[in-house]
Structures are given as C-alpha cells and as structure tokens.
Design a protein around this ligand. Structure first.
Ligand code: ZN
Length: 476
C-alpha cells in the first residue's frame, strides 16, 4: 500500500516534471522567436549612409521611411510604423550600375547611396547609383565622367515600399543626390553633374517627379590659371524660410595628379566655409547680405560674396545648415589640420552663425571630433547629432546642446554606443518623429556589411531579431 502510494507519487512528480520541461521549452522558443535586437537590418554595405546624400529618411503620417546602401551598392528602403511598432522591409528599390564588378580596384565606390522623397501624391522617390556616369552614357557637357549611372526609382503605389520602378528622367551623370520638396509640391533634385571637375546643378519637377527640367548649374567648376588644379565644390542644400533654399558649401582644390605644386598629387583637400540662398519663387540667388549672385557661381565671386570663413591651411569636410526663425543661418562644418600625408588630421565639428551683421565662429565650442547634422529647436537652441569614436575604439552617437548662444556645447544624451565600432551617420531625417531622428551604420573591422540603426530620443528602435537578419536573403 505504502509502496503503491509511493509509486503514484513518483509518477505524478514525473508527469509534473515532464510537463514543466515541455512548458520551459515552449517559453524558450517563444522568447527566441521574439528576441529583439537594436538594429533593423544587417545588410548595410560600405558607407551605407552619409550626411551628403540626403534626406536618407522621412517621417510621414505616422511612419518613418529610411533608405541606405545595401549589398552590391543597391538602394534599400525600410519603414517603421510608430503606432503599431511594425517594421517593413528592407526592400531593394533599384539596381545600381556600381558594386557589381569584382575586378574593380576600388571595391566599394560609395558615391551612389540613395536619398529619398515623398511627393504630394504619396509616391516615394529614390535617387541613387551615380558617380559621374560613364562614356557609354554620352558626353557630359557640364563636367567629367567617372562611374555608375544616376538613377531615379519610384514606388509603384503610394506609400508602399514593396515594389519599385526605375524611371528614365534624370541625368545619368549625377552624384550626391539631395532631394527637396517645396510647399507647392515642386521637387528639386540637386547633385554634382559628374566627377570632381563638374558643375553642381539642380533639376526641377512640377509634376511630382514624372518629368524634370534640364539641369541648371549653380556652382561652376573651372580651370585655375595660377596653379595646376581645378575649382570644385561640395554644397549641402536644404530648405530655409518660405520659398528659400539655403546652401552651405566648401571648396575642393582639385589638383592634377601630376601637378608640380603638391607632391601628394590629387588629394581630398577641401577648404573654407561658404553660404548662399536660392529664392525658388523669384529664381534669384543671393548672399547673406541679400546681394544678387550670378550663377553658376565662380570661385572668385564665391570668395568675394559668400565666404563665411577662410580656414587657411585647415581642411574642411561636409557642411550642414539651418536657419532660425529670424532667417539667420547656422552652419556646421568639420575642420582639421593638414597633417602632411594624404589626408587631414582629426576633424572637429565647427559651428558658425550669422548674427545679422557678421559671421561668428564658436571658439572652444567643446564639440568633438566627429560628424553629423545640426538642428534648431523651436526655442532656437542649437543642437548637433554627432557620431564619433571615443577612447578605446568605442563608437558613439550623441546629442550635443549649445543652448541659444552656441558658444559652448555639452553632450546631453547618448543615443547609441558600441565597442570596437564607428558609425557612418545620415543627415537628420526630414520632419522627424522624436523616436527616429537619424540613421547610422555600424562599421566593424573585418566586414563590409553593416548593422543599420534608426535612432531617436529613446535610442535605437528595436526589431525582432529574425526580421532584422536580412543579409543572407538580400545577397542571393
Ligand atoms: Zn578632385
């Protein structure tokens, strides 16, 4: 009797233990299925995003849409619904002519990263794939050739990123695409019309990106007569007040490879900070003092009329700009010393503002060696979102707040930090939701593929791991 009782008890225990084990397995597999990661995709490729190709993201009607360079340098688009917390994509939006040739010396060109726009009818547009075009694309009347073909893809349905078609309606010679939509729905596509020795242009569309005007040059490349070099430019264009567009730019002294002035030959040497305004209503270009500018602007007129700062021997990289409620411009530009090799030294973010009379540069701003974008809060506080590599090789993306004066900046929030990494950072997302202000790609040693993060005030937006692991699928 006792024995039987014992047996029944043991059997019951075994049953309980067995069912618990099953339950545990079940819970573990549910946890595994719903395991969250802080990146939304793992198929970023090369410098998957940058400040120059912008915007790389747009917030529209509850959803943030992002684009980046994926495998084989093709453009990819993903979206995040802030209410349902649902991710979609990434979907391949087109096929680049770059990134396909394994024999090419420079394996990843990186110039054809996508930028994104949503037209007034809800169609999503991507420009991508260009680095000056090739001879087979024809004669480039506004500059020189290099590689790739600038392309324009549009979503087949409004606000649907799953299907795309490539249209043949922009110049193949473009690179560094920058999209801008005005309040009346007009669309401007700004880009460099070729390789280094090319004009910067825009094409205007008044029919939601179905047709575009011929390219209009606004910055002129030109042979120098004093040294063996050519004038070249790097502008960053964005909206100002009303119908204005504002342009922050720096100058590239594009030396001949075999020039006799600098034994380094052709180097990525850039100098100075410039600023100008395009009134899209009147078609007039003006400087900060409201003086008319002849376009395409030459180096001579730029120096005389649009100079914000002469950086002397210091090199510059990647300006960004915003205007405040009074229409006064603010500019960020990274700057570093020429260190004598083939590059500059560490570049620190520089901050400039127009006070109504003159340009002021923040001295000892406290801003780090890093790059990114800036914005003005509704109360006119100056903020930078910057990626930098801090001590020990840790990558960090942080918010730096300069108050309303911008004399000194404090790191007030860290958005993302990863060991042994540095980040490629996008410009700020257009009209951003506070949870999704910018996109970064995590560079790790030993791989060309990148984890992609969508960052906002609460850090990265998470995603279910098995959804974010898209690399294997996308390289097939
Ligand atoms: Zn050059």
């Amino acid at each position: 009797m006792i024995k039987t009782k014992y047996l029944v008890g043991a059997l019951a225990l075994m049953i309980i233990a067995f069912s618990c084990k099953g339950q545990g397995k079940k819970i573990a597999s549910v946890v595994k299925q719903n395991e969250m990661v802080d990146f939304f995709a793992d198929n970023g490729y090369g410098n998957a995003v940058a400040v120059v190709q912008h915007p790389a993201g747009i917030y529209h009607d509850g959803i943030t849409y992002v684009c980046y360079q994926g495998p084989k340098e093709d453009p990819y688009v993903a979206s995040y619904n802030h209410e349902t917390k649902e991710w979609k994509g990434p979907f391949k939006a087109g096929v680049s002519e770059m990134g396909k040739d394994p024999t090419r010396k420079k394996k990843i060109d990186n110039h054809g990263k996508p930028s994104i726009l949503i037209d007034d009818e809800g169609y999503i547009h991507i420009a991508f794939g260009g680095h000056g075009g090739m001879r087979k694309h024809g004669e480039n009347l506004l500059g020189n050739h290099h590689y790739g073909k600038n392309l324009h893809a549009v979503s087949k349905k409004p606000l649907d990123i799953s299907n795309w078609e490539t249209l043949d309606n922009i110049s193949p010679f473009g690179t560094y695409n920058q999209w801008i939509k005005m309040d009346n729905g007009n669309i401007y596509l700004f880009y460099r019309h070729g390789a280094h020795r090319s004009n910067w242009v825009y094409q205007l569309s008044t029919d939601h990106g179905r047709t575009f005007s011929e390219p209009v040059s606004f910055l002129k490349h030109k042979r120098r007569t004093d040294i063996e070099a050519e004038d070249s430019w790097y502008p960053w264009v964005t909206r100002g007040l009303g119908d204005d567009l504002i342009v922050a730019f720096d100058y590239h002294i594009c030396r001949d490879r075999n020039n006799t002035q600098d034994e380094r030959g052709h180097i990525p040497e850039r100098h100075n900070v410039y600023y100008m305004v395009f009134n899209t209503k009147t078609g007039e270009w003006k400087n900060v003092r409201n003086e008319r500018l002849p376009i395409p602007l030459t180096k001579e007129v730029a120096d005389e009329k649009t100079l914000v700062a002469n950086t002397g021997k210091d090199w510059t990289f990647q300006g960004t700009a915003k205007v405040d409620a009074n229409g006064n411009p603010h500019i960020g530009m990274t700057m570093g010393p020429d260190v004598g090799k083939n590059t500059s030294g560490p570049k620190r973010m520089g901050y400039f503002k127009w006070n109504g009379k003159e340009w002021i540069q923040a001295q000892d701003s406290g801003l780090p060696v890093g790059n990114g974008d800036m914005e003005l809060t509704p109360s006119n506080e100056i903020q930078f979102y910057l990626a930098e590599q801090i001590a020990g090789g840790t990558g960090e993306v942080a918010l730096w707040d300069g108050g309303v004066n911008g004399e000194t900046f404090q790191k007030t929030k860290i958005l993302l930090t990863k060991p042994n990494a540095n980040f490629a950072i996008s410009a700020l997302i257009e009209n951003p939701h506070p949870d999704a202000r910018l996109i970064v790609a995590e560079r790790k040693p030993g791989t060309d593929y990148r984890k992609m993060y969508l960052l906002g005030d609460n850090g990265p937006i998470p995603r279910v791991k098995k959804e974010a692991n898209v690399l294997e699928k996308s390289i097939k």
